[in-house]
Design a protein around this ligand. Structure first.
Ligand SMILES: Cc1cc2nc3c(=O)[nH]c(=O)nc-3n(C[C@H](O)[C@H](O)[C@H](O)COP(=O)(O)OP(=O)(O)OC[C@H]3O[C@@H](n4cnc5c(N)ncnc54)[C@H](O)[C@@H]3O)c2cc1C
Length: 284
């Protein structure tokens, strides 16, 4: 594949694999995405520690092959401080210097809140344990966190994480650029000066996307939803439309001064590369 290298920093998210076969497949995905010269690959962490071992294994595997290009996620909900510290120590020993600090959502059936109450407390802990050189990422919600009392509350809590030492934020995915721009302006207005990187979800499957979006509070605009519904039985047209919509959104974000994009890859390269092709970053 040829094309011009993205003019913005690009990163991709993976979820941890559970089998050797899955791990090998993910190696292939990572290789295919190498045309984008990704700044890092992030690996999600199941709140409550449900993916602890798998996340560690996936992180280790990326580290073994790509040295520093890994950014593990860590959640603190329902976790003992000592468990969080032990994971931080392992990563530190492995030479990991960047991490996404999250609260996470209480898994169903778990009732112990854990020793840390929110992402801000986890940011403080990582900073305390890893020192000033660590790069700490946090989550941000342009369309407002689903459990927030008010938008102002949410913004204030976002700033708390930044004040505690976060270096960069990655947003929940969205398809409404105005919501992102408004959030970025509001954050700047209250003194947030770290990069806020849009999280980008490529569109491949309408039902799955609708389900995720309901859970995480990301709105699918009516004009997109109606078209995706109409394409449900035509995978190829749905993907082509999805790639065009998402690429148009990315192009507008870049025009608006965004210097990095974070793709939710869902452990596949095809949909991310389809967007990259639309943007002219890689050849057909
Ligand atoms: C980029 C990204 C990556 C993610 N990766 C994962 C992952 O790997 N694993 C996973 O399980 N989940 C992940 N999530 C989902 C995330 O865990 C949930 O959205 C969770 O509900 C909030 O986590 P947070 O870190 O944003 O929490 P916080 O920043 O702590 O905020 C959570 C909520 O509490 C409110 N709040 C914060 N502080 C206070 C306070 N002091 N008093 C009252 N209210 C407060 C906030 O306004 C917000 O409504 C990710 C989300 C994003 C956007």
């Amino acid at each position: 594949m040829s094309g011009k290298t993205p003019l913005v920093r690009v990163s991709c998210e993976f979820f941890p694999t559970s089998t050797d076969e899955g791990a090998e497949k993910l190696d292939g995905v990572r290789q295919a995405l190498s045309v984008l010269d990704c700044e890092y690959f992030s690996v999600t962490y199941g709140a409550g520690g449900s993916t602890r071992e798998r996340t560690l294994q996936t992180v280790r595997r990326i580290l073994d092959e790509q040295s520093t290009k890994v950014m593990p996620h860590l959640t603190c909900v329902a976790a003992k401080r000592s468990n969080i510290e032990s994971i931080l120590d392992i990563y530190q020993e492995w030479g990991v210097t960047q991490l996404m600090a999250l609260r996470g959502d209480m898994p169903s059936g778990m009732y112990q809140a854990g020793d840390l109450h929110n992402a801000r407390e986890l940011v403080s802990l990582v900073r305390e344990r890893w020192g000033e050189t660590a790069k700490i990422y946090v989550a941000a919600y342009p369309e407002i966190h689903p459990r927030s009392k008010t938008p102002e509350d949410d913004l204030r809590h976002f700033k708390d994480k930044v004040d505690a030492g976060a270096n960069e934020a990655v947003t929940q995915y969205f398809y409404n650029v105005d919501a992102f721009l408004r959030f970025r302006d509001d954050a700047t207005r209250i003194g947030v000066d770290i990069p806020i990187v849009p999280g980008v979800m490529p569109i491949t499957n309408y039902k799955q996307l609708a389900r995720f979006s309901d859970m995480c509070g990301a709105q699918i605009p009516r004009w997109i939803r109606k078209r995706l519904e109409a394409y449900q039985d035509n995978k190829q047209d749905l993907r082509a439309f999805g790639a065009e919509v998402v690429a148009t959104m990315c192009a507008r974000l870049i025009d608006e001064g965004v210097d990095a994009l974070h793709f939710y890859s869902m452990n596949r390269e095809d949909a991310v590369l389809a967007v990259a092709q639309e943007l002219g970053w890689v050849g057909q």
